[in-house]
Design a protein around this ligand. Structure first.
Ligand code: ATP
Ligand code: MG
Length: 328
C-alpha cells in the first residue's frame, strides 16, 4: 500500500500549529497507509540544543504522537537518529544539492536572519529532509504549509537522482490541510506559530495547563474592528483564531462565522479558550499515562526496527546505483 512519512522536531514544546498543521493528518492517515512517523532529532540540532532538554523533548514528542491518537501497532514511531541511513543518505543528497536552490529556502532565511554565526546544518537541512522522505519511498508527506518549499526541493532531488542514476526514488506529494495549514503567532499575525519562538505567549503548547491556554487566547492580538469575519487579507489575526476554532471543534470556518455573527471578540475568545482546552484535555490525560507507563522506549525500539528494515534496503539500492564499491 502507499507510504506516508512525516515528523515534528523535538526542538521545543509542540504547539497547536504542529497539531493542526501536521498531527491531525498523521492520525487521519494511519489506517489507510503504511505510515512512518519519526522524531527528527538530527534536524533539531541544526540549532543548538541543551542535551538534557533534547533527551526530554525527544521522548515527549514520541509520547505526544501516541497521545494524539497514533497507534504504534499501525504506524512505525521512531527516532530519526536510531536509523543511521538518514544521515548517510542525507550526505549523499547534500552532494547532489545546489547552493543556489538551498539559498532560496525561506526557512533558512528566516532562521538565520539577524544571527552572527549560522550553522551549516541549517543550510543543508533540506537535503536531510529529502533523505527522510525518499528512504521510505513515501507517496505522501503530511506537513504544514511552511514545508511546501522543502517538499518541492525533495521532489527535484528525487527526480535529479532518478535521471542520473536510474529510477530509484518515488516522487512524493505534500499532504496539507485545507484549513489551518499555517497557524499564525498569537502575538503577530504575519509570523507563523513556532515552537522555537522565544516568546511563550506566541504559541499554545499542547501541554499548557487550561488556565494558561485561556490566558494566552484572551491576550491574543486582534485587529481594531469587532466583527468575527474570516478575511485573511484584512483580518489576519481574527481569521487565524477562527481557523483554530474550526479545527479544534470539527466545524467549518463558515459555521464558526455564522455562530458568532453580531457577537464581539470577547465572547468569541472566551469560547475559543474553552474549545481548545476541551480539544486538548484527552490528549493531555493520555500523555500523562504514557509518560508514566515507560512504554515509549519499547514503542521506539519496535519502530526503529521496522524503519531500519525499509531504510537500509533503499540506501543499499542508492549506493549501488551511485557506484559505491560493495563491502563484500
Ligand atoms: P521550529 O520552530 O523548531 O522549526 P516548528 O513549530 O516550525 O518548530 P517543525 O518541527 O519545524 O515545527 O514542523 C513540524 C510540522 O509542523 C511540519 O509539518 C510543519 O509544517 C508543521 N507546522 C509548524 N508550524 C506550523 C504552523 N504554524 N501551522 C501549521 N503547521 C505548522
Ligand atoms: Mg519549523
Amino acid at each position: 500500500s502507499k507510504r506516508v512519512l512525516s515528523g515534528i522536531q523535538p526542538s521545543g514544546k509542540l504547539t497547536l500549529g504542529n497539531y493542526i498543521g501536521a498531527m491531525l493528518n498523521f492520525v487521519a492517515l494511519q489506517h489507510e497507509y503504511d505510515c512512518f512517523f519519526m522524531v527528527p532529532d538530527l534536524h533539531a540540532v541544526t540549532v543548538p540544543q541543551e542535551p538534557a532538554a533534547l533527551r526530554e523533548q525527544s521522548e515527549s514528542v514520541a509520547a505526544l504522537y501516541v497521545a494524539a491518537g497514533l497507534d504504534p501497532k499501525e504506524a512505525a514511531i521512531f527516532m530519526q537518529s536510531h536509523v543511521p541511513a538518514h544521515a548517510e543518505l542525507g550526505w549523499l543528497l547534500t552532494t547532489m544539492s545546489y547552493m543556489g536552490e538551498l539559498e532560496r529556502m525561506t526557512q533558512f532565511k528566516d532562521k538565520s536572519e539577524g544571527k552572527e554565526a549560522v550553522g551549516a546544518g541549517l543550510f543543508v537541512y533540506p537535503a536531510l529532509m529529502a533523505a527522510d522522505i525518499l528512504l521510505y519511498k513515501a507517496n505522501f508527506v503530511p506537513v504544514g504549509d511552511d514545508q511546501k518549499q522543502h517538499l518541492e526541493l525533495t521532489r527535484d532531488l528525487a527526480g535529479r537522482f532518478n535521471h542520473r542514476h536510474g529510477d530509484t526514488f518515488v516522487i512524493p506529494e505534500p499532504f496539507i490541510p485545507k484549513v489551518g495549514a499555517r497557524i499564525m503567532s498569537l502575538e503577530d499575525g504575519t509570523k507563523k506559530m513556532s515552537k522555537s519562538s522565544p516568546s511563550s505567549g506566541s504559541y499554545i503548547s499542547l501541554l499548557d495547563p487550561p488556565d494558561d491556554i485561556r490566558k494566552k487566547i484572551s491576550r491574543a492580538k486582534t485587529d481594531m474592528g469587532r466583527e468575527i469575519i474570516f478575511d485573511v487579507q484584512n483580518k489576519p489575526e481574527v481569521s487565524n483564531l477562527m481557523s483554530i476554532y474550526a479545527q479544534c471543534s470539527d466545524k467549518t470556518v463558515e459555521q464558526v462565522q455564522a455562530a458568532y455573527e453580531g457577537l464581539g471578540y470577547g465572547a468569541f475568545k472566551k469560547d475559543l479558550g474553552e474549545v481548545i482546552v476541551q480539544a486538548l484535555e484527552p490528549l493531555q490525560r493520555k500523555y500523562a499515562d504514557i509518560r508514566s507507563s515507560g512504554e515509549i522506549r519499547h514503542i521506539l525500539r519496535d519502530g526503529a526496527e521496522r524503519a531500519n528494515a525499509v531504510a537500509e534496503s533503499t540506501l543499499a539500492a542508492v549506493k549501488e546505483a551511485m557506484g559505491f564499491l560493495p563491502r563484500g
